[in-house]
Design a protein around this ligand. Structure first.
Ligand code: KG4
Length: 351
């Protein structure tokens, strides 16, 4: 059994994974209440909270599951360790890695480093493994080549998973040239007077608004390439708000949120459609925090239908940062794991 540790940003998380059974236990401590009052993640506070919460989660895991640290031979004990080595905040990564190192030394267990972005990329396959662990290898191969969209507060990436020498390989197709989609939603929410993180609140109030009430520029609409940009959308919202009185903004909040959300989703879907036209993919995936957005899921499901391929959307609890995906990637993406010899805060998805 494998124990994974995730602490790359503002979530402390642990998970237990058995390749023959799936994710057996997982828990996340979210630091949102700590950072919300500052309007964003404060790295120093994140480090301190990881330092307190990771040992608590470890104690909880042992109390709730009764598992012990052991050897490869004992099937129901922890025989391997995995930890996120990057990308992320240096101090936050260091906390998870310190715990991993301590357990590695104390119990003499093998430890591997996991690329957080690749873990998000593989999170969309967790369900397929859960449904049939024994058939996973062949089912997975039948889903390749896979087109994936990773949308979070820090990243907006389009990538391909294929096979290279029998092992999964990840190729970056496109990324944002400025803000990430989640960052744009969070900044838009802030401009509308909503608390951090604003993405889910934009979605909530957008339900009562008209997505066609305001026009926002969809970046790269006229070009033919793949790429994302969200800072223009944000600036466009700023100018719209500057031209309105406070009372008007209050009255128009749900229309503004619905129109902004629609533009973000439209920009994401445009590039996904373009990529799907370029190659015969056999599945489409979406992961990362913003993948919880219903409009985005709906829009990508429609694209999957148009191209006759399944949409694999990460389960909501595997969209944000979590250790389940780290454990799963340590096993399913064995070619992507790294030696743990220092954190890698700027790691890319294809590194
Ligand atoms: O993956 P995540 O937890 O990681 C980062 O820390 O990057 O993603 C968080 C992002 C935030 O920007 C948040 O506003 C956004 O995901 N988000 C959403 C929704 N839920 C979370 N955006 C739109 N709709 C949602 N339902």
């Amino acid at each position: 059994m494998l124990l994974s540790i995730e602490s790359s940003c503002d979530e402390s998380a642990l998970a237990l994974f058995n390749p023959a059974k799936g994710i057996l236990w997982e828990a996340i401590h979210s630091q949102i209440p700590t950072h919300a009052k500052h309007g964003g993640v404060v790295p120093e506070l994140a480090v301190r909270e990881h330092l307190r919460k990771l040992p608590e989660l470890l104690a909880r895991m042992q109390e709730e599951t009764g598992v012990t640290f052991g050897s490869e031979a004992a099937e129901d004990s922890i025989s391997r360790l995995a930890v996120t080595v990057g990308p992320g905040l240096v101090g936050s990564l260091a906390m998870g890695m310190a715990l991993a190192r301590a357990l590695e030394l104390q119990y003499n267990l093998p430890l591997v480093g996991v690329n957080h972005l690749r873990a998000h990329a593989f999170s969309v396959f967790i369900e397929s493994h859960r449904e049939s662990p024994t058939d996973f290898a062949s089912n997975f191969q039948n889903l390749l080549p896979h087109l994936g969209l990773l949308v979070s507060g820090g990243n907006t990436l389009l990538y391909e998973i294929g096979l290279s020498h029998g092992a999964p390989s990840v190729t970056l197709l496109a990324r944002t040239v400025d803000d990430a989609a989640g960052e744009a939603l969070d900044k838009a929410a802030k401009m509308l007077g909503l608390p951090y993180p604003g993405g889910p609140l934009i979605e909530k109030i957008a339900c009562e608004g008209d997505p066609a009430a305001y026009q926002f520029p969809i970046p790269f609409r006229e070009s033919h390439g793949l790429g994302f940009s969200f800072s223009g959308l944000k600036t466009s919202l700023r100018y719209k708000l500057l031209a309105m009185s406070a009372a008007e903004v209050e009255k128009e909040k749900s229309n503004l949120a619905a129109s902004f959300q629609s533009a973000v989703v439209g920009a994401l879907a445009l590039m996904v459609r373009r990529a799907l036209k370029q190659k015969n993919y056999r599945s489409l995936g979406v992961g990362g925090g913003v993948a919880q957005n219903a409009l985005l899921r709906e829009s990508l499901a429609g694209l999957g239908k148009d191209f006759g391929i399944p949409l694999l959307a990460a389960k909501p609890w595997h969209c944000g940062d979590n250790a389940g995906m780290v454990a799963f990637a340590a096993w399913a993406d064995a070619a992507g794991v790294r030696v743990v010899d220092g954190f890698e805060p700027a790691l890319g998805i294809a590194d």
